[in-house]
Design a protein around this ligand. Sequence first.
Ligand code: GLU
Length: 282
Amino acid sequence: MKMSRSFKMAGALLIAAMLVVSGCGNNKENNTAGGNASGGAATDSKAIAKIKERGKLLVGVKYDTRLFGLKDPATGKVDGFDVDISKAIAKKILGDENAIELKEVTSKTRIPMLNNGEIDMVVATMTITEERKKEVDFSDVYFQAGQSLLVKKGSPITGLESVTKDTKILGSKGATSIKNIKEKVPGVTVLEFDNYQDAFSALKAGQGDALTTDDAILYGMASQDPGFEVVGKPFTDEPYGIAVQKGNTDVVQAINDTLAELKSNGEYDAIYTKWIGKAPAQ
Ligand code: GLU
């Protein structure tokens, strides 16, 4: 009798426990639904909160792109337009432009590294495209470039119009430039390299006739070696945006606020002139 009563009690407790568990489940669902109803604000604030908790901003920049993100092998320092913009964002979010850790990305690795959480944002000569918008969210445009060609001085190639099917073009994997040139000159041979340093070395070694990417990047290469020049007019629009993981709207907001402030207080023009050598076109 005593035993059976305690069995009954255990059964009642079990049922009660099950009700609590299922009740919790319901509450959880309700909470999630509530979170979504508030426009994803709960998720959004987490991205900035995580950066603040960590105390530093993890930014993917190029390490081989003069003027935008270039690592000095002697000092280990990475400098460029993209680096200065990144520092301003770190200052905005964390109050300290040095609360930042730069990580090397290439045109091919930047989206995977962003989406697997290795970096908070990509500030790396990255064009805003509809295709990329399916995978990441972008800030406002922070730099306007256009695709062009770099050749050895004296080359018969003087612009896009001299590129034919028989021209050997060099480029970097994952860049918009590869797709664009294939569209402009159907059937053209394109050799794709892992990064721009390798592509430029290949051009210098005579492995191709022209290197194609954004004019601003090509001018950086030409300034390194007087034997090479940028030819023709830019033949695409490459508006650069800063990429974040999809849904991190609070981070996009912080970036856009930073860009607006830099533009209104003159710092954007100063950074632009420092790296590009002239004021931005209005
Ligand atoms: N802006 C172009 C792109 O996003 C070319 C430069 C680069 O490869 O980063 O693909």
